[in-house]
Design a protein around this ligand. Structure first.
Ligand code: ADE
Length: 292
């Protein structure tokens, strides 16, 4: 009888341990890890395909892939669309992988009239365009109070300076495919700018112009500021990179279908270059440890 009870306890303990190990298996690589996120599966698959030492795991039903990109330890995840999904995935990622920086890669609607599909915006700042106060005299943007310290968040969340500099360097080095237009070919432009985020796909010329006028936005998307806010509140360096798939105007839905693949590819190419530069700053020593 006693033996039976003992065996049952051991079985239950081993099963519980196995389940929790499966759910929260640590990053196989203990070196500093860069998290790379994207809203669409396609955006993430483009990066995932380039990973070596790939390990896949499910946490709370979400898929996270660890491995090496340009010999840099990374964890890659698909957030899904919108601010809530982005916040959910980023939180899981921070809790389970403790990344030393978070980079978001993806597509956006261009509201800077100089931007065309395929061009890239490296976000020096991100802002929620739909967070604030709506009064009789209109809407004004306002950050929410950070529940971790009781201090109000700024409207504009700044990218990590080091990552930003690295991204600018990567922009000078990356080789992007030329874009075919009705008047010939052109090289994609890469600018540093403002990316604004809201839980809405903008397909309105008027709204696009408003975002440009009020927030000096270059591009609009649906996840960046949510990830930036989490990183700001948890003091984790972050960077958002977006390539233009449409111009947030009346033809945005069709254009985004036409150009999203090319835009996602361009954004991913810049991310790979950034990772390469990160890797060269912290080369792997012969013992396999990342050098400080
Ligand atoms: N992502 C790509 N295009 C977008 C748009 N026009 N609005 C919001 N998010 C987008």
């Amino acid at each position: 009888m006693r033996t039976n009870i003992l065996v049952s306890i051991i079985c239950i303990s081993v099963t519980t341990l196995c389940i929790s190990c499966r759910q929260v298996a640590p990053c196989p690589d203990s070196r500093p890890t860069t998290a790379i996120l994207g809203a669409f599966n396609k955006e993430i698959m483009m990066l995932e395909e380039q990973l070596t030492d790939k390990h896949q795991q499910q946490i709370e039903g979400m898929r996270f892939v660890t491995g090496r990109l340009q010999d840099k330890s990374v964890v890659v995840a698909w957030t899904g669309i919108g601010k809530v999904n982005a916040a959910m995935t980023t939180t899981l990622l921070i809790e389970h992988f403790n990344p030393d920086q978070v980079i978001f890669s993806g597509i956006a609607g261009g509201v800077n009239p100089k931007l065309e599909p395929g061009d890239i915006v490296i976000a020096a700042e991100t802002a929620h365009h739909d967070m604030g106060i709506l009064g009789e005299d209109g809407f004004y943007n306002r950050g929410v109070i950070n529940p971790l310290d009781g201090i109000r968040n700024p409207v504009f969340l700044l990218a990590d300076e080091h990552l930003l500099k690295l991204a600018e360097k990567a922009a000078e080095q990356v080789e992007l495919e030329k874009i075919k237009t009705s008047v010939g070919e052109r090289s994609p432009r890469i600018i540093k700018g403002v990316v604004v985020t809201g839980d809405v796909f903008v397909a309105s010329t008027e709204k696009g112009a408003e975002l440009r006028e009020k927030l000096n936005a270059d591009a609009v998307e649906m996840e960046g500021a949510a990830v930036a806010q989490l990183c700001y509140q948890r003091q984790i360096p972050h960077l958002v990179v977006r390539s233009i798939s449409d111009k947030a105007d009346t033809t945005a839905r069709v254009d985004s279908m036409l150009f999203q693949e090319m835009a996602a590819k361009n954004s991913a190419a810049l991310i790979v270059k950034i990772t390469e530069l990160l890797s060269s700053q912290h080369p792997v020593s012969k013992s396999g440890d990342q050098e400080k």
